[in-house]
Design a protein around this ligand. Structure first.
Ligand code: NAD
Length: 358
């Protein structure tokens, strides 16, 4: 029985719609298992711009840093699209990730049995389910390396440097191996070590680290092959470990093969148990405030928080099983509905999950 202090960024668009359902579900888990979850609302993105003039108030960073974890809905929307770069809502997102030292991004790509037909991949390849975890390094590599312009042989040139230290590779590799130990004990490390020095170091360090995890099977794949294998035979993957830029691309590819953006959660982790948990989708301004958004990605993000930040595996599983039960009962929001579904709105979906938790 624990007491957990959680900063909550509902954000913009459908953010508040879906986070409200997540908080109800966590409240129910608290009652059932005797935990206390204290939620503190903080501002980020468009809502913060409206209230304070900037996308990432100091107070938000302070409260998040003093919390045990952070829940986020989504930020952004057309209202703020005209703002200059440093004042855009998305700047709040990058700012909070770096202020909180969130270097490991975990994105499960899961196809639930009941939704297998939503995948664009043929049923004979996908079978009736899929469960991959992409572990992406989030604060290093080419996005954070030196960028610049210089004059070259043919005139002006631009460059962006891919740079990884042994320390950065080790800490993300550890997250991947630890995650694999809780899953099917298989890590595929994706790199481009036939061409890049940074990838050669990546591979060397990952091999070193694998010695600490003799139970985990490690294999290596070049990124071009990994992109192909994800659609050719996605079931071969358990945990995919990769750098910032390769992970950016592969995690989007992996999420697309599941066919349902409203279903996928994510975690961004710092050292220790601290993490920020959010759905992979955006603020969907087209359906905001209309009781249309699918809250499942966000509810499952709450389950990831219980597992990764608080070590509450059983409680996380109760939420995941409840979602599975709701899907098996054919209860669906519009984005995942077909002609046989019982169509519900955001709040009714949240209630259905609560009912399934019991
Ligand atoms: P989006 O993910 O918001 O929406 C894409 C499409 O998917 C839309 O048709 C939307 O209605 C639908 N959709 C998304 N989530 C859904 C859900 N839970 N249930 C049902 N349908 C859902 O992407 P976009 O339209 O490219 O971006 C909209 C805004 O969100 C932009 O301002 C963008 O910058 C921002 N954004 C924020 C984040 C974030 O906060 N992490 C991520 C991506 C985009």
């Amino acid at each position: 029985m624990g007491v957990y202090n959680i900063a909550v960024i509902k954000g913009d668009g459908i953010g508040p719609d879906v986070v409200n359902e997540e908080l109800k579900v966590l409240g129910r888990i608290g009652e059932k298992f005797g935990h206390t979850f204290n939620f503190t609302d903080v501002l980020l993105g468009g809502a913060a711009i409206d209230a304070t003039g900037g996308p990432i108030p100091e107070e938000t960073i302070e409260i998040c840093k003093n919390s045990d974890s952070v829940l986020l809905g989504a930020v952004g929307g057309p209202k703020w699209d005209h703002m200059p770069g440093e004042l855009r809502p998305e700047r709040g997102l990058l700012g909070i990730r770096s202020a909180l030292g969130l270097y490991a991004n975990l994105r499960p790509a899961v196809i639930h049995k009941a939704l297998a037909s939503a995948s664009p991949i043929k049923p004979e390849i996908i079978g009736d389910s899929l469960d991959i975890l992409v572990v992406r390094e989030l604060t290093g590599g080419i996005y954070f390396g030196e960028h610049g312009y210089r004059s070259g042989k043919y005139g002006e040139e631009a460059y962006d440097i891919e740079n990884y230290s042994e320390f950065e590779i080790k800490r993300i590799a550890r997250v991947a191996f630890e995650s694999a130990m809780k899953r099917n004990k298989n890590v595929t490390s994706v790199d481009k070590s036939n061409v890049l020095e940074s990838s050669k170091l990546w591979r060397k360090v990952v091999i070193e680290m694998s010695k600490d995890y003799p139970e985990v099977e490690l294999n290596h794949m070049y990124v071009d092959n990994a992109a192909m294998q994800l659609v050719r035979n996605p079931k071969q993957f358990d945990v995919i470990l990769t750098s910032n830029i390769f992970g950016d691309i592969l995690s989007d590819e992996a999420s697309q093969i599941t066919g349902s953006i409203g279903m996928l959660p994510s975690a961004s982790l710092a050292d220790g148990a601290f993490g920020l948990y959010e759905p992979i989708h955006g603020s969907a301004p087209d359906i905001a405030g209309q009781n249309l958004a699918n809250p499942i990605a966000t509810i499952l993000s709450g389950a990831m928080m219980l597992r990764y930040s608080f070590g509450l595996e059983q409680e996380a599983k109760v939420i995941e099983d409840a979602v599975e039960e709701v899907l098996n009962n054919n209860i669906r929001t519009g984005d995942i509905a077909d002609e046989n579904s019982v169509r519900v709105g955001t709040r009714e979906m949240g209630q259905a999950v609560l009912d399934a938790i019991g």
